[in-house]
Structures are given as structure tokens and as C-alpha cells.
Design a protein around this ligand. Structure first.
Ligand SMILES: [Zn+2]
Ligand SMILES: [Zn+2]
Length: 261
């Protein structure tokens, strides 16, 4: 389930029947608790938080989750440095900081986790490839482009969470200052709808069953626009949404459905 997705905060839950993990915790603990409770998941059953990078919309809640709730917070050494330097961290991580190394397998219960480099302008940025109960998930949020390495992980996945941040025209015509538009469009910024659609049309495999478009911009995108752009490009390549695979856009502040596999 996605609890929140976008520049106001990001948090995803991936769980088995008895326990689970969070990917990013960029919303308040109260909200996390409440949203998990709605699906009968307690915070006590969370075994780890995996952090993608050190931007505030991904880490706001990790101090409390780590130091008050004793939930291990996993990130690369550089991301941990960035987390503890961040203005949004009123509570620094000490005992709860756990280090992971990119491309090295990390096992947490039944979850086999591999972090891999993705290009973005945080201190260090990773995507996650996670295998659990024979299902393969790839999480890629906040990235300027899809490198061959990232593509390789996507191509192994059946369930994909991938950014579609902005529509080119909306960004161009929108209110952001020039430097910010350039930052977003750069190779270390964010993925546009077309970037994501082109990549998926080129690389979708028959194994890929579910795609969730994440981190949609409030000012420079519309969920239907992102959805249609990807749907159309997939169709041009013979992949029919609804028949060959499922496609969803994730909401900024509302939880998604709970997807069970
Ligand atoms: Zn973000
Ligand atoms: Zn970011």
C-alpha cells in the first residue's frame, strides 16, 4: 500500500501476513500509525524502514520511528550522513541507524532486498529491488533518468513502483522559477510522464504485471495525464492495460488500495 506519494511526503508499506517494512517515511508518525491501523497493521509489526534518499519528503518520520519506536532505519552510509544533517531531523538517528551497501543483498526476515544506485540530487540515492514470497518488486522514486543498472532491476520485477513526476508542457508553462524547472528536468531531477512512458514501452516484459506511477507533481501533472501517457505508449507496443498488465497512479496524500498477491 502507498500511504503517501509526492513532494509533501512519501511512505510505502510492503508486508506479509505477519510483518512488514516501510519504504521511506516522509510523513508524520501519527499519519503512518493511523493509515496502517486502517488496514489492521500495527507499527510494532514493522521490521525496518528502507530509505531511498535524504530529501525531507522521504525522511521526516525516521527520527521518531527509529529512536522512539526502535525500528531499524536502513540506508547507505552517505544517506545516513545526509539524514542526520537534514533540517527536518529534530531527532537524530543513533542506535537505530543501520547501514546497507548498494548491490549487496540484505535479508530482513523473508524479504531479500537489494539497493541500487539511481541518479537524483540527494546526497546518495537508491532504488530497491525486493523479493518476498517469490514476488519481485522494484521501487524507483525521485530519479532524473533510468540508467542501464536501474533498467536491469526493473526488467526483473513483476511489480513496479516508478516515478512519473511531471508533464513537459505543464512544467514549461507552470509557475516554477527557471532554475527549478531546469533542476526537475535534469538527469539528476525527476522523471516526466513521457520519460517513464517511453521507458516502459521499450522495456516492459511479460513478467511485469503491475505498475504504480508515483511522486506525481501537484503543480506540473495530473493523474489522468500521467496514466494516459503511459497507457498509450504501452498500447503502441502491444501491451494493453487491463489485459496484459495493471496500471495505477498513486495519490499524494491519500492511501492507495491495499494490493494483495
Ligand atoms: Zn521526493
Ligand atoms: Zn528527492
Amino acid at each position: 500500500m502507498s500511504l503517501a506519494s509526492g513532494s509533501s511526503g512519501n511512505c510505502y508499506y510492503l508486508g506479509t501476513e505477519s510483518y512488514g517494512i516501510l519504504i521511506d517515511a516522509g510523513i508524520s508518525i501519527r499519519t503512518i500509525k493511523k493509515k496502517l491501523k486502517e488496514i489492521n497493521v500495527s507499527l510494532e509489526s514493522i521490521k525496518a524502514v528502507l530509505v531511498t534518499h535524504d530529501h525531507a519528503d522521504h525522511i521526516k518520520g525516521v527520527g521518531h520511528l527509529g529512536e522512539k519506536m526502535n525500528i531499524p532505519i536502513y540506508a547507505t552510509a552517505l544517506v545516513h550522513e545526509g539524514i542526520n544533517r537534514s533540517y527536518c531531523m529534530t531527532e537524530k538517528l543513533h542506535t537505530s541507524a543501520h547501514f546497507l551497501v548498494k548491490e549487496e543483498l540484505l535479508q530482513i526476515g523473508d524479504f531479500n532486498i537489494t539497493a541500487f544506485e539511481i541518479p537524483h540530487d540527494g546526497t546518495d540515492n537508491v532504488g530497491y529491488f525486493i523479493e518476498v514470497a517469490g514476488k519481485r518488486f522494484a521501487f524507483l522514486t525521485d530519479l532524473g533518468e533510468i540508467t542501464p543498472k536501474a533498467a536491469a532491476y526493473i526488467c526483473k520485477s513483476q511489480y513496479l513502483i516508478l516515478e512519473a513526476n511531471y508533464d513537459d508542457e505543464m512544467l514549461k508553462m507552470g509557475p516554477y522559477p527557471h532554475y527549478l524547472k531546469e533542476r526537475i528536468k535534469s538527469g539528476t531531477g525527476h522523471m516526466s510522464n513521457v520519460d517513464t512512458a517511453d521507458f516502459l514501452a521499450e522495456h516492459a516484459t511479460e513478467e511485469l504485471q503491475y505498475i504504480w506511477l508515483c511522486h506525481l507533481s501537484k503543480d506540473n501533472n495530473h493523474p489522468e495525464l500521467a496514466y494516459k501517457t503511459v497507457e498509450l505508449k504501452l498500447k503502441e507496443r502491444g501491451f494493453i492495460v487491463g489485459r496484459d498488465l495493471h496500471l495505477f497512479t498513486l495519490k499524494r496524500t491519500l492511501s492507495s488500495d491495499v494490493y494483495e498477491f
